[in-house]
Design a protein around this ligand. Structure first.
Ligand code: CMC
Length: 425
């Protein structure tokens, strides 16, 4: 990066000197906030490909080098040495907890895991085959009906508590949504268990409370949650921040984040990957799938491939790629879709189209195969992503609430409609 402290922009007869913001890591940013006032020009950047929407100290991505850091710690190290709950603490507090802080945090999450009985009524009102992301959105929004009245956003402890509540309750909501879809009776979380085990037991226990925890499953899910926990200003986190910027409560903000995550270009890709692999069906059909993905008229893309920021391997995909075979072996699962996925990855990585566009497997490419091996139904995959990402969403919401430069998010537009005209007749 250059060492410029400012850049000058010439706009006809006017010229404006714009300061350059220096981040700890990453590209320098030209601060254009006074551009319009001084020149009358707006800037245009569809999809925010070159625009920083905020300052943040939570997560750093170097897309060219395939680097992902949470609060400075490389994702590879956190995946190997940490746990999801420790990562959550790190994301929302900025530092890793010591043993006593981690224990207290686990206890607080357990104490907050139970949900109001009215949530069961809401979930029960949905059709059994309603998409779980629709129900999750509604159930999180309902939490604002339960807690909003008492929430004072200017009180730091109340904000923290609301954040913890969301992280604690989203697994409970997810388990109840799964059970509703399967026609299983609603149940309560076992608060004697750790975060991930609690979710698994509540999800899968039989009507008479039986479920045998498998530590390989617990570990695999814990790791997936770590990998999904945060990813700086992605579409859903930016949505949470946009809604949060209006002063809306954190439950409403996170509910909006869930809807943004649902789309197949974002978190919905994990569900789309599995459907795509099933459609491809066998390794013999991989070549024709690659041909179709390159054909712009086909409307088909390789799901789980490509990323706005990573123009090199997604480091999360590297970790998941290694763990997929291991988890399937540990669980004694033989899934022919894994062969299809491996062949598809190899074919795409050797194809000029994908090489030239720097399209690599992303976090969603293999995660679905693991979720499937863990007996999680395809339509619940994006809920699993939401479950892990809730920690990132609330970390960003908390950070935003104390950002002295925070303003309501209100982009401008390039108007392309009709010029002014008179109403005739
Ligand atoms: N298959 C085929 N072609 C692709 C793909 C793909 N998966 N992704 C991008 N391209 C092509 C695209 O057609 C374009 O080609 P050209 O330059 O000839 O017009 C070029 O690559 C650049 O694509 P783009 O759409 O301009 O890139 P983007 O940064 O706007 O989109 C993306 C990023 C992730 C939405 C896109 O790569 C995609 O649709 N991937 C499939 C969906 C997916 O896996 N999403 C999960 C993302 S990671 C997890 C998450 O964020 O939730």
């Amino acid at each position: 990066m250059s060492d410029l402290d400012q850049v000058t922009l010439n706009a006809g007869e006017k010229s404006v000197v714009l300061p350059v913001i220096k981040p700890t890591l990453g590209n320098d940013c030209v601060d254009i906030s006074k551009l319009t006032k001084e020149t009358g020009y707006f800037t245009y950047d569809s999809g925010f490909t070159a625009t920083a929407s905020c300052k943040s100290a939570i997560t750093y991505i170097d897309g060219d080098k395939g680097v992902l850091l949470y609060r400075g710690y490389p994702i590879e190290q956190l995946s190997e040495k940490s746990s999801y709950v420790e990562v959550v603490y790190l994301l929302i507090n900025g530092e890793r907890p010591d043993a006593a802080q981690l224990k207290a945090f686990n206890e607080e999450l357990a104490a907050e895991a139970t949900v109001d009985a009215s949530v069961n009524t809401l979930i029960g009102s949905f059709a059994k085959d309603a998409h779980p992301m629709a129900i999750l959105t509604a159930a999180i929004a309902q939490l604002s009906g339960i807690y909003h009245a008492s929430l004072d956003l200017s009180d730091a402890e109340q904000r923290r508590k609301a954040a913890v509540r969301l992280i604690a309750k989203v697994p409970t909501l997810s388990a109840l949504i799964y059970r509703h879809g399967k026609g299983l009776p609603a149940n309560t979380p076992d608060t004697s268990l750790d975060y991930v085990s609690r979710f698994l037991k509540q999800t899968f226990e039989s009507a008479d409370g039986q479920y045998e925890l498998n530590q390989d499953v617990v570990k695999a899910l814990d790791l997936l949650f770590i990998l999904h926990a945060d990813h700086e200003q992605n579409a859903s986190t930016s949505t949470v921040r946009m809604v949060g910027s209006t002063g809306a409560n954190p439950y409403a903000s996170v509910a909006a984040g869930v809807t943004a995550l649902w789309g197949p270009a974002h978190g919905g890709a994990n569900e789309a990957v599995l459907k795509m692999l099933e459609e491809i069906g066998s390794a013999d059909n991989v070549e024709s799938a690659v041909v179709k993905a390159k054909d712009k008229t086909s409307g088909f893309r390789l799901m789980g491939f490509g990323h706005r920021v990573y123009k090199n391997f997604d480091p999360r995909a590297k970790v998941i790629g290694v763990m997929t075979g291991k988890v399937l072996e540990q669980l004694g699962v033989q899934d022919p879709l894994l062969d299809v996925a491996v062949k598809l990855e190899q074919a795409a990585l050797q194809d000029d189209y994908f090489v030239a566009r720097k399209l690599y497997p992303n976090v969603d490419f293999y995660s679905g195969i693991i979720y499937k091996a863990l007996q999680i139904p395809t339509e619940m995959f994006t809920v699993m992503f939401a479950l892990g990402r809730t920690s990132g969403w609330v970390a960003h919401w908390l950070e935003q609430q104390v950002d002295p430069e925070m303003k309501i998010g209100r982009p401008r537009q390039v108007y392309t409609g009709s010029d002014v005209r008179d109403y005739q007749g």
